[in-house]
Design a protein around this ligand. Structure first.
Ligand SMILES: [Zn+2]
Length: 601
């Protein structure tokens, strides 16, 4: 068994602060706390609570976010609700080791519940979880040869492996590695698919290998195989897979398209919310296993752009598909490969309910993985955001507005002076990071990791500067995206929210534009950055913490096609329309926007 570069900290070691605390509070008040009363699939009637209702993936999906959220907020109401699901599940195990609703024997939803149980065990040290898992894995080892993984489970075996390795780390039982090999052998051959990459154009028919959520989950699968075997071919497949996905299906918010299958690079194609939270989770584990900072760069790109924009700012309605160039959210036919007409509206369960159950894991698991432990005992700042971390007698308060600011302050507390390495990630967008520490300790480094080996004392402060500047990235047909730090910016479009169904707060909404969107960005004029305080609703449209002001020209003839923004015109665009002021807001705050902009003089 090869050693992962970093270790996860126990759930609860990292707690949110500042704007991140506000965001998790909105989630607790919104979808996670409110859903059970209005959406039966995660309510009292769930078969995962002993009822006669939903007995497949929705209960486990919901718990996968509920458990970390409850512990990170130390919210008594959510903790006691979380406990109901845990107690029912732990009590459901039969003598042969199987668990969960007897009405549904599918392996797949149990893979999700395994992740829930390991998080619960990390947070509470519940001694029942280890033996429970051991009995279930023995059951799997006996049963899988005759009843192999199939359908979704066959695509998603990596989720099962995570829990197998979690237990192996604690018991070192060699039979668990045999089970891991068996699960791998029954999982789709992602290594081959990522390497050969046969699907380079839009996929139009059902195929588990090109289903966007499966792909997002699968990018960690070869990495887990590398961890067991040490075979570099598997590690390489992860990098080749991500590069191929970017090249043929990549979108500017760090995702690849999929509305329902991979759908090429055009900014009017959609990507499903489930794929957003699953790719974040995969990247969290890629960083842990490989220790490569570039995976954390992508994690922040998705977490701070793709995730907030596809859920309302108060976390009470969500999309199925988001579009980088999204100028109208309405019930209408669009150029999706399979999804239905209401896939880009904001609502309780547009198109399909999976995302309503699965979205809960996004923010809490980001918080869990902001920090990790290095093998030698130090702490690693994997991703940035306001939080407090406690580990092995050391507490670090991380004070920052990041990603809305580019300065991070670490305040260290400990009872006795402690020597350890404080490792800080330097994002690739940042040319050079500089730290100022206590006793004249100054260090700097380029992209990767900045390691501060030191004997630290109580009250020490480290100031990290990650100088951000406006950055253009090239897209197809000469279009650009505008970026600042980890944030993607997009042309802001006026939004009129029209309620089309259900009761607030979990209502269904169309969003119609109230201002023109068909602008080309003038490269002859600079963009100026305006900073504002981060509001209590961090990703609200009305109060973006940052704004870029620039100039642009309208592009006559660039109009709606099939109810989405038409193909981005080739740049540079030659038009004689007047130069006008334009505003660009963080993508996460702009639910109508144009993120891929043509350019003009
Ligand atoms: Zn979904």
């Amino acid at each position: 068994m090869y050693r992962a570069a970093f270790r996860e900290l126990p759930l609860g070691a990292v707690k949110p602060r500042g704007w991140l605390r506000d965001q998790l509070g909105l989630q607790a008040e919104g979808f996670t706390g409110g859903l059970p009363a209005v959406w039966l699939d995660v309510g009292e009637s769930s078969a995962w609570l002993g009822g006669t209702g939903e007995d497949w993936e929705r209960g486990p999906y919901y718990c996968d976010g509920l458990i970390p959220l409850a512990h990170q907020l130390e919210d008594e109401r959510l903790l006691s609700w979380a406990n109901r699901w845990i107690e029912w599940t732990l009590g459901s195990q039969s003598a042969d080791g199987m668990f969960g609703p007897a009405s549904n024997a599918d392996w797949w939803p149990r893979m999700v519940m395994l992740k829930v149980l390991t998080q619960h065990a990390e947070a509470t040290r519940d001694p029942r979880v280890g033996p429970f898992l051991a009995r279930y894995f023995a059951h799997q080892a006996r049963e899988l040869p005759a009843r192999p993984l199939e359908k979704w489970g066959q695509a998603r075996g990596a989720e099962n492996l995570l829990a197998v390795y979690w237990l192996h780390d604690r018991t070192h039982d060699p039979s668990l590695l045999e089970l891991a090999a068996l699960i791998e052998s029954q999982t789709l051959d992602w290594t081959r698919w990522f390497t050969e990459f046969p699907n380079r154009t839009r996929v139009l028919e059902f195929n588990h290998l090109t289903h966007v959520v499966n792909v997002a989950m699968a990018v960690k699968q070869p990495a887990l195989r590398w961890l067991r075997t040490g075979d570099e071919r598997y590690r390489a497949a992860v990098y080749e897979g991500l590069a191929n996905l970017d090249r043929y299906h990549g979108q500017p918010q760090g995702m690849f398209s999929g509305d329902e299958w991979l759908a090429e690079r055009a900014p009017s194609q959609g990507v499903e919310l489930c794929a957003v939270v699953e790719l974040m989770f995969s990247l969290e584990h890629l960083v842990r296993m490989f220790g490569d900072a570039t995976h954390a760069d992508r994690l922040e790109r998705i977490a701070y752009n793709a995730l907030p924009t596809t859920i309302t700012a108060t976390m009470t309605s969500r999309q199925y598909d988001q579009q980088p160039n999204q100028v109208l959210c309405s019930v209408a036919k669009r150029n999706w490969t399979q999804n239905k007409d209401f896939s880009n509206i904001f609502g309780l369960e547009p198109n399909f309910g999976c995302c309503t159950a699965n979205l809960h894991q996004g923010w809490p698991k980001l918080v869990s993985h902001l920090w990790m432990a290095a093998p030698a005992g130090g702490l690693v700042a994997v991703a940035y955001g306001p939080c407090i971390v406690s580990h092995q007698g050391v507490t670090i308060e991380e004070v920052t507005d990041y990603p809305f600011g580019d300065e991070v302050r670490f305040e260290l507390q400990m009872a006795v002076p402690t020597a350890f390495a404080l490792t800080l990630r330097v994002p690739a967008w940042c040319g050079r990071a500089v730290t100022h520490g206590p006793r004249g300790l100054i260090a700097q480094a380029g992209p990767g990791w900045l390691v501060l080996e030191h004997e630290w004392r109580d009250g020490d402060v480290v100031e990290l500067s990650l100088p951000a500047a406006v950055r253009f990235e090239q897209r197809d047909r000469g279009a650009v995206t505008v970026n600042w730090g980890p944030l993607l910016f997009a042309l802001r479009v006026g939004e009129e929210w029209r309620k089309i169904g259900r009761e607030e707060p979990f209502a269904d909404w169309e969003v119609h534009p109230t201002t023109p969107w068909n602008y080309a960005l003038s490269r002859a004029h600079d963009l100026t950055l305006e900073r504002r305080p981060v509001g209590q609703v961090p990703f609200a449209r009305e109060t973006p913490p940052l704004l870029l002001r620039g100039k642009g020209r309208r592009v006559p003839g660039w109009e709606l096609v099939d109810n989405s923004a038409g193909a981005v015109p080739d740049s540079p665009v030659r038009v004689d329309t007047p130069v006008e002021p334009i505003e660009l807001a963080p993508y996460g705050c702009a639910r109508l926007r144009v993120a891929e902009l043509p350019t003009t003089d």
